[in-house]
Design a protein. Structure first.
Length: 135
């Protein structure tokens, strides 16, 4: 016997929201550049910044400077929130993928914090029309 589904009518599909559904690379790189230049007085190469993608932000900031980790984190987050809507975009073809999943009775899900997920969904209405109603 199969387990009951938490949301009848949808079979969730889990995507990595950032980097799969929504392109946030420019936002991440620009936020790092701003934080490190503001706090440490240096701009890191893109390869270094992108090498940390997927790791927790606090861990990345501690790796850069244990002494300035909190300030790096705070400056990054402030800049990231301020520039969010102008620097993220959808990937070509993702709307069609999500439409097909919805037609098949499936819905995207994310483990990202609810407020951040809703902000991404608000920016990308083609995602929100396909998202699980539990958000």
């Amino acid at each position: 016997m199969s387990e009951p589904r938490p949301h009848p009518g949808f079979d969730p599909v889990v995507f990595d929201l950032d980097g799969t559904v929504v392109d946030t690379v420019e936002l991440i790189v620009e936020s790092f550049r701003y934080a490190t230049s503001t706090v440490l007085g240096e701009v890191l190469p893109d390869e270094f910044i992108l090498g940390g993608v997927g790791r927790p932000l606090r861990t990345q900031m501690e790796r850069l400077s244990a002494e300035h980790a909190q300030e790096l984190y705070d400056v990054y987050r402030e800049y990231n929130h301020r520039r969010h809507d102008e620097l993220i975009r959808g990937y070509d073809g993702i709307e069609e993928v999500l439409d097909a999943l919805k037609a098949a009775g499936r819905a995207p899900a994310s483990s990202r914090a609810r407020a951040a997920t809703r902000r991404r969904w608000r920016f990308a209405p083609w995602v929100s029309k396909n998202a699980s109603t539990s958000w």
